[in-house]
Design a protein around this ligand. Structure first.
Ligand code: GLU
Length: 506
């Protein structure tokens, strides 16, 4: 390469969430596309916290945003907790920088103090709307002389800072939406700071993107109308303009903006419900990107390899919870059993079916008996084929953790059997099981023995297995009795059969 070749511009992207709420699924999606864009091209991804609105910002949300991003595996290279060359990464710690540029704009007369009150502005807006004009600022304070300024100050008015918007067409090529054109006359002189210490979003973002050397701004389509405002300021400040890409929104199935009324919107809620991060990541990426192949599941590295912004959808994505449920189920099926067990244990603990007593040691809450990882693994194996999300698990397996089952004795009765028939059948299996060694109490062996019994004594499959299964589970639908018997162990299995018999005798 020749000495004078310009250095290739480094790709640097960012997300800039405000810590006024949990990480929203839409923000996570924006984060993922930024991350993939950067990683697929050897660039850097930055997390910047937009906390200038101190009243609405809360440190607990910053923590939560960071935690949710880590959980999803959307790893940023620089951020509040990962120092980099362009920090600090919280706006509240960058006030000096904003002030410097505000002063510059004021000095160059590219910004001015505006003393209009809210009421005055409102009256102005109403009058413009009545005349059928767009409600832009009239420019009343754009050219105040010193005497006028003094008068306002004497009245105790607190001025804001407005940007002197040059009248021009702003045209840019959006990476997703194509060429976009805006007329700044329809924007007017916007407020960019409440005062020198309190910048507002559009201004702070321009300064941050420049001082953090952001090369590409990829964000939600809801910010499109901000882009010409930001470009106008960038030009006034003599900064290079980053490239922009606006991602179509995610809509609820009723095609309105996705909000709490449609269900959970926070990543933390999906995590608590027992969605796996890989499933959620795949779900999110497909809301906006199309691999142009039939591949349905992508690891993070595969996403990085295949991602291209050219394959981003131009139309809004629809949030489809069934799709997410399906994906999550698929990931559960494919997961290594030990790993799945690790993921499930917190859910069993949360519902108090088990309690942790030490490292790798638990006890069953209802009975105080110890239970080890391998036993938990067997329980999870029972449900791996049908579980949709991890927090459904406790309800499905709670029968295994109970001291005593409560169910309607009618449930024990298979088809036209009488109560006495059922007692007789249970007694037959009981005898066989009682004779089985504790160490042979495992499902294949039990299945073989009981099926042999059914055949020899012509007991009937349904007649034998249904009452046995209900005796062990108390449920209409459950995993097979042999699997359950193995998990319960000999003593509990026999105890539950005895209980079922006495229930029928009563
Ligand atoms: N705080 C803004 C948001 O979360 C950032 C927008 C931007 O990326 O410029 O929507």
């Amino acid at each position: 390469m020749g000495k004078n070749m310009p250095k290739k511009e480094e790709i640097r992207v960012r997300i800039a969430p405000s810590p006024s709420g949990y990480l929203h699924i839409g923000t996570a999606r924006t984060a993922l596309f930024n991350y993939l864009f950067a990683k697929s091209q050897g660039g850097k991804f930055v997390l910047r916290i937009e906390d200038t609105d101190l009243e609405r910002s809360d440190e607990k949300f910053t923590k939560e945003i960071i935690e949710s991003l880590h959980w999803l595996g959307i790893d940023y290279d620089e951020g509040p907790d990962i120092d980099g060359p362009y920090g600090p990464y919280r706006q509240s710690e960058r006030l000096e920088t904003y002030k410097k540029y505000l002063e510059q704009l004021l000095k160059e007369d590219k910004a001015y103090y505006c003393f209009c009150t809210e009421e005055e502005l409102e009256t102005e807006r109403e009058a413009m709307m009545k005349r059928g004009e767009p409600p832009v600022y009239s420019g009343r304070c754009a050219n105040l002389n010193e005497a006028e300024i003094k008068k306002f100050l004497d009245e105790g008015r607190k001025p804001v800072i407005r940007f002197r918007m040059p009248a021009k067409k702003i045209i840019f090529e959006d990476m997703i939406k194509g060429v976009l054109e805006f007329d700044t006359k329809l924007i007017g002189d916007i407020t960019i700071a409440k005062n020198l210490e309190t910048p507002l979003y559009n201004f702070a973002v321009v300064i941050d993107d420049e001082t953090m050397k952001i090369s590409h701004v990829i964000r939600g389509e809801d910010h499109i109308s901000n882009t010409p405002k930001q470009i106008a300021m960038i030009l006034a400040l003599g900064f290079p303009t980053p490239k922009y890409g606006h991602i179509p929104l995610t809509l609820a199935p009723d095609r309105t903006k996705l909000s709490k009324r449609h269900g959970a919107t926070a990543i933390a809620d999906y995590r608590a419900m027992g969605y796996l991060s890989e499933a959620l990541l795949n779900f999110i990426v497909f809301m906006g990107w199309n691999p142009k192949t039939d591949q349905e599941f992508f690891t993070k590295n595969e996403l990085i390899k295949h991602f291209s912004i050219a394959n981003m959808n131009k139309a809004a994505a629809i949030f489809n919870i069934e799709k997410l449920n399906w994906l999550n189920g698929q990931y559960i099926r494919k997961m290594d059993l030990s790993e799945l067990t690790e993921e499930c244990i917190p859910h069993l603990e949360k519902t108090n079916l088990i309690g942790r007593v030490g490292d790798g040691e638990w006890k069953i809450t209802a009975t105080d008996e110890p239970i080890i990882f391998d036993q938990l693994k067997k329980i999870i194996a029972l449900e791996q084929e049908r579980l949709v999300k991890l927090n459904d698990l406790s309800e499905l397996v709670s029968f295994l953790f109970k001291r005593e089952l409560t169910y309607d004795k009618q449930l024990l009765i298979w088809k036209k059997m009488t109560a006495q028939d059922v007692i007789n059948h249970l007694s037959e299996t009981e005898k066989i099981l009682a004779k089985t060694d504790k160490k042979d109490f495992e499902k294949e062996h039990l299945e073989e023995k009981i099926k042999k019994l059914i055949e020899e004594k012509k007991l009937g499959m349904g007649e034998t297995l249904w009452p046995l299964r209900v005796a062990l589970t108390g449920l209409k639908a459950s995993p097979p009795p042999f699997d359950v018997a193995e998990i319960l162990g000999k003593d509990k299995t026999l105890q539950r059969i005895a209980n079922a018999k006495s229930l029928l005798e009563a």
